[in-house]
Design a protein around this ligand. Structure first.
Ligand SMILES: *Cc1c(COP(=O)(O)O)cnc(C)c1O
Length: 480
């Protein structure tokens, strides 16, 4: 016995480092806090992109420990200074991220308290916070109180939860799979196709509905296709619309699609991962019909400028979600089932999970929604400003953007794709501001996606002078 106690105490003293005392905690907080503060202060002048890759060797886990100073140095040099800087306002590529400071601190507290926010009885308060956020989202999108929802890690998992619910409601399984039909456009985010593979629906029939000249789903073609599929004896069951496509920010005609879905008894899913929160702005009308969706995805780590790792899904038919995600459903009593959707673990593939709601709840409590809405309005105007200034520089711009994503290209004559690709390369080499590109009907265009809360007029002016320099360089290179 004595021997056992001595051994335990021996290990106790060796594992003590895992629980630093107050002084050590203050020291670490201070070091990391000052680095975080400097990082933020340096952002306006830092490059948004550095093509340098990380020295992987230096990041490996070795025998020796490092001091907090060494660790911060590594983070600075090998992580913060390599690749894209998503926290920078100069990130205008893909869909920019956020990183609101109060949300970051929320994450810190979530990790310190480590609330078990997947299960209601384990963390009644934590789960109540997540459900309060879900209810707030239902309110914004005019979803009924009876809808269920989940705060997932992002848009991809959120879409997967919704597509799984649609699958189960329509019993798309076994021999049914090959005759079931999904309607979407080529502009849906690729996580949709990925989800379908993951949930066993690789072999469903996918109809790519043609687009109009604004890259929105052509509803006449959609309806014709559904009717002809029905005539063939197939099982049309799901329409997937986008409210803000990744490529061009287009919003599909939601109201019309909702009507077609209802008349044909199809599930109507809306992926609003990027665009959803613009419903809070002057663009509200573009989202008419979104409230008629059977399921909806929105990404607070995009449109609410929160750090990566929070998406949300809402689904009206709770039973459809239950089938795949409520494991106890088979043997639990009905009394318990009434409250089943309270616990995030019953609405998601996750059990233990990060208490991610806190990073959204704290900023909303602390700042209110108004500054978020102002910021979204700012993004809408900023893209207009960029388009005007780009046209002044001789660029052509895509159709009037619905939200804050647009695209442009230089009409160089000759090999336009090659010219614009070269131009983007030169812009990347500069790196002051980061842009990405896409192919639209085989045409190479440079995308401009404004969604960072740190993008300011000053950032855009910097972007414009970078573009202008890179353009001159490209013209010289292509001629010489
Ligand atoms: C970003 C995005 C996704 C994927 O979401 P993640 O949060 O990156 O997993 C899905 N759909 C749309 C429209 C998006 O913009």
């Amino acid at each position: 016995m004595q021997q056992l106690i001595r051994q335990i105490q021996e290990y106790e003293s060796r594992s003590e480092l895992l629980e630093p005392g107050m002084d050590e905690r203050k020291f670490l907080l201070n070091k990391m806090g000052s680095w975080a503060n400097q990082f933020i202060d340096k952002l306006p002048d830092a490059k948004a992109y550095n093509p340098k890759t990380a020295d992987r060797e230096s990041l490996n886990i070795g025998e020796n420990t490092k001091s907090i100073e060494e660790i911060i140095n590594l983070l600075e040099e090998e992580v913060a200074e390599t690749g894209i800087k998503p926290a920078s306002g100069g990130h205008l590529g893909y869909i920019p991220g956020g990183g609101v400071f109060s949300a970051a601190l929320g994450d810190f507290l979530a990790a310190v308290t480590n609330e078990y926010a997947g299960v209601s009885y384990a963390s009644p308060g934590g789960v109540a916070i997540e459900n309060a956020l879900i209810n707030w989202l239902k309110h914004i999108f005019c979803f009924p109180e009876t809808a269920v929802g989940n705060l997932a890690s992002g848009g991809s998992i959120s879409n997967m939860i919704a597509l799984t619910a649609a699958r189960d409601k329509y019993r798309v399984k076994n021999e049914n799979i090959r005759r079931s039909v999904i309607y979407l456009s080529v502009q849906v985010h690729h996580c949709i196709q990925k989800s379908l593979r993951i949930i066993g629906l690789e072999d469903v029939l996918i109809r790519y509905v043609p687009l109009d000249e604004e890259y929105k789903m052509n509803i006449v073609a959609l309806e014709e296709q559904i009717l002809s599929d029905k005539k063939e004896g197939l099982n049309p069951y799901l329409i997937i619309a986008s409210a803000g496509t990744t490529d061009t920010g287009a919003i599909d005609p939601l109201e019309a699609i909702a009507t077609i879905a209802r008349e044909n008894n199809l599930w109507f899913h809306v992926d609003a991962a990027y665009g959803g929160f613009f419903i809070l702005t002057s663009k509200k009308d573009l989202f008419k019909g979104i409230e008629k969706a059977d399921s909806l995805v929105v990404d607070p780590h995009k449109g609410m400028f929160l750090p990566y790792g929070i998406g949300a899904v809402l689904v009206k038919d709770a039973r459809a979600v239950q089938h795949a995600h409520l494991y106890e459903a088979n043997y639990m009593q009905d009394a318990l089932l009434e409250e089943w959707s309270e616990s995030p673990a019953n609405v998601s593939p996750e059990l233990s999970k990060h208490f991610r709601g806190l990073r959204m709840w704290i900023p909303l409590q602390l700042h209110g929604i108004k500054p978020f809405i102002a910021c979204l309005e700012e993004k809408l105007l900023q893209v207009q400003y960029m388009r005007m200034r780009l046209r002044d520089l001789g660029f052509l711009t895509g159709p009037e953007p619905q939200l804050s994503v647009s695209f442009f290209w230089y009409p160089s004559g000759g090999e336009e794709n090659e010219f614009n690709r070269k131009l983007l390369n030169n812009m990347h080499e500069d790196g002051t501001v980061f842009f990405s590109s896409t192919l639209l009907n085989g045409k190479f265009v440079i995308r401009i996606a404004i969604l960072s809360f740190r993008t300011k007029i000053k950032t855009l002016n910097k972007a414009l002078s970078m573009i202008s320099n890179s353009l001159n360089r490209t013209i010289k290179e292509m001629n010489g």
